[in-house]
Design a protein around this ligand. Structure first.
Ligand SMILES: *[C@@H]1O[C@H](CO)[C@@H](O)[C@H](O)[C@H]1NC(C)=O
Length: 355
C-alpha cells in the first residue's frame, strides 16, 4: 500500500511544475500531448539515472527505474496525462482535482481518492504501452501477441501498443503482489486495477488490407489504445456510480474480502462483492464547499448559470461580471494568400461563486 501511495503522491507532487504553463479552460483537445521534451537520443545514461533520482520513488521503484532507460520520462508523461485528465473531468465539480498543498485526500478513502488511483494507474499503463510502441523505452518494443500477424505489421511500419508489457511492468513497479490485510489496501488495489482494466478494454485491433486493388492478399493487424480522453470519461462515469464497500470475512475461503450492497437489492441484507469495473470507496466525501485540508473550496470558481452554479456555489450565490472579449470577425481571403479580419468585440458574462 505504501508503494501505491508513494506513486500517486509522486504523480501529483511532481506534476505541479509541469502544470504551471497550463491553465485549462476545458476546451483543449486532450488527445495530443506535446512530449515533455527530453530528447531520446542515447549517450544519456547519466541523464537517465538523474531523472530516476528526481522522481519520488521507493527504493525498489528507483532500482527498476534505473534499469529501464526511458522510464523516467515516460513516468513524467504519465503524471501529466493523469493530472490533466483528472482536472479536465472534474472541471465543473466542486472538487476540481487541484491537489496543490491538499494531498490529505490521498490518505482517505473517498470517491475522489478512488478516481485518483484509477486515473493514475490508467495513465501509467497507457503511457508505458505507448512509449514501447513509439520506441521511447529501451527494453520493450511493439506488441508481439502471437495471435496477430505482427511481424508483417511491423514490416509495413505499424507498431502495436504494448499493453502486455506495460501491465506486467506496472504490477511489478507498484508491488501489487503483497496484498494487504486491511480494507484501505484492498480498496486501493481494486481501484488501481479498475484503471488498468479501463485501458485494456479500450484496446482495439485494427487491420489493413494490402495487395492488388483490394484483393487483401496480405492483411496486417495491430493493437491500438484508445485516446486517453475516452478512458478518462469512462472512469468519470465509474466515479459517478462508485460503490461504497466494507470488509467482510468469507468463511468458506477464510480471509476477508470487499463487499458492497447487493446490486439488484431485493434483499438489502445481502451483500455482493463489487464488480471488477466498479470504483469502490469506504468514506463519504466532504462537501468541498469551504477551504479545508482536502480542497480550496469553491469561492471564486466560475460556473454556468443554467448549469451548475447552485450546486457549485453551495447555495452562497454567485457574482455576475460582464467583460468585453475581442475576437476576429468578417474574415476575407485576400489575393493571393492571406486572410484579412476585423476585430469585433462582444460582451461575455461570467458567473463566479461568492465567498
Ligand atoms: C480549482 O479551484 C481553485 C479554487 O477553489 C482554483 O484556485 C484552482 O485554480 C482550480 N484549479 C483548476 C485546475 O481548475
Amino acid at each position: 500500500e505504501a508503494l501505491l501511495i508513494s506513486v500517486v503522491i509522486a504523480i501529483f507532487h511532481h506534476s505541479l511544475p509541469f502544470l504551471l504553463p497550463f491553465s485549462l479552460t476545458g476546451k483543449e483537445a486532450l488527445t495530443h500531448f506535446p512530449s515533455l521534451g527530453p530528447s531520446t537520443n542515447s549517450a544519456q545514461g547519466k541523464v537517465h539515472m538523474k531523472q530516476c533520482d528526481l522522481l519520488k520513488l521507493s527504493r525498489k521503484q528507483k532500482r527498476l527505474c534505473r534499469r529501464e532507460p526511458g522510464l523516467a520520462e515516460t513516468l513524467r508523461d504519465a503524471i501529466r496525462l493523469g493530472v490533466m485528465e483528472c482536472q479536465y473531468q472534474f472541471r465543473s465539480e466542486r472538487w476540481n482535482c487541484s491537489l496543490e498543498g491538499r494531498t490529505s485526500l490521498l490518505k482517505r478513502g473517498f470517491k475522489e481518492t478512488a478516481f485518483l488511483y484509477a486515473v493514475s494507474s490508467a495513465a501509467l499503463t497507457h503511457s508505458l504501452a505507448r512509449a514501447c510502441s513509439a520506441g521511447r523505452m529501451e527494453r520493450c518494443t511493439c506488441d508481439d501477441s502471437p495471435d496477430l500477424e505482427n511481424r508483417k505489421a511491423w514490416q509495413w511500419g505499424v507498431c502495436g501498443d504494448n499493453l502486455k508489457y506495460s501491465t506486467k511492468f506496472l504490477k511489478k513497479f507498484l508491488g501489487q503482489k503483497r496484498i494487504g490485510k486491511d480494507l484501505r489496501a484492498k480498496v486501493d488495489i481494486h481501484n488501481t486495477n479498475v484503471g488498468i482494466k479501463a485501458v485494456k478494454n479500450g484496446l482495439k485491433t485494427t487491420c489493413k488490407c494490402h495487395g492488388v486493388s483490394g484483393s487483401c492478399a496480405v492483411r496486417t493487424c495491430w493493437k491500438q489504445l484508445s485516446p486517453f480522453h475516452e478512458i478518462g470519461r469512462l472512469l468519470k462515469l465509474r466515479y459517478d456510480d462508485a460503490v461504497k464497500v466494507f470488509s467482510t470475512t468469507n468463511d468458506a475461503v477464510g480471509h476477508s474480502e470487499l463487499a458492497g450492497p447487493q446490486r439488484h437489492s431485493h434483499s438489502p441484507k445481502h451483500s455482493a462483492s463489487p464488480r471488477s469495473t466498479d470504483l469502490v470507496y469506504v468514506e463519504d466525501s466532504p462537501s468541498f464547499c469551504r477551504p479545508s485540508k482536502y480542497s480550496l473550496g469553491t469561492a471564486g470558481r466560475t460556473c454556468s448559470r443554467e448549469g451548475n452554479c447552485d450546486s457549485m456555489c453551495c447555495g452562497r450565490g454567485y457574482n455576475t461580471q460582464s467583460r468585453l472579449v475581442t475576437f476576429s470577425c468578417h474574415c476575407q481571403v485576400q489575393w493571393c494568400c492571406y486572410v484579412e479580419c476585423q476585430q469585433c468585440m462582444q460582451e461575455e458574462v461570467v458567473y463566479s461563486c461568492k465567498q
